[in-house]
Design a protein around this ligand. Structure first.
Ligand SMILES: [Zn+2]
Length: 160
């Protein structure tokens, strides 16, 4: 998956969902539009926006208008519009907070930094090199895997 995105201020939830699927997605709550456009151009990112007037600003910007208000439907819009296939996704490879690529770490490095009951039952851990947050496959992980499958099969409702 070589497509990279930049979610505008109104699409914070979508940015987290895209990261959860392993899609490189920048987002900042405090960035102004001129700066956002500058970074998107520099990093070759497609801007995802809910702002209707956005498309007219500059022809050189790669930009996609998101119709829905519902993040679950928004994800489907992105998948459909950019023809993203299940094989393009790498769920749980990116930090949800800073979009950095997670690195596998030794189990003993996680000790003391996560709840004991997790440490005693989980063997594999990843860490964000940016914010140092530690990730592990938990119940949330399984839920998200089901979720990422369901977005390719929208007729089956996601109701977990
Ligand atoms: Zn991080």
């Amino acid at each position: 998956m070589d497509k990279k995105f930049f979610c505008d201020i109104m699409l914070g939830k979508l940015s987290k969902y895209l990261r959860q699927l392993g899609i490189d997605t920048a987002y900042s709550r405090s960035i102004a539009y001129p700066q956002l456009i500058k970074i998107a151009l520099k990093q070759n990112r497609t801007i995802l926006t809910r702002k209707t007037g956005f498309l007219k600003i500059n022809d050189s910007i790669s930009c996609c208008f998101i119709n829905s208000n519902n993040p679950y439907v928004q994800i489907q819009e992105v998948i459909k519009h950019f023809k993203i296939a299940p094989d393009d996704l790498k769920p749980f490879s990116l930090c949800l907070l800073c979009n950095a690529v997670l690195q596998k770490i030794d189990r003993n490095l996680a000790e003391g930094k996560i709840p004991d009951y997790i440490f005693n039952t989980v063997d594999t851990y990843s860490q964000c090199p940016g914010c140092l947050r530690i990730y592990w496959p938990g119940t949330h992980y399984k839920k998200m895997l089901g979720y990422s499958k369901s977005i390719f099969n929208p007729l089956r409702q996601y109701n977990e």
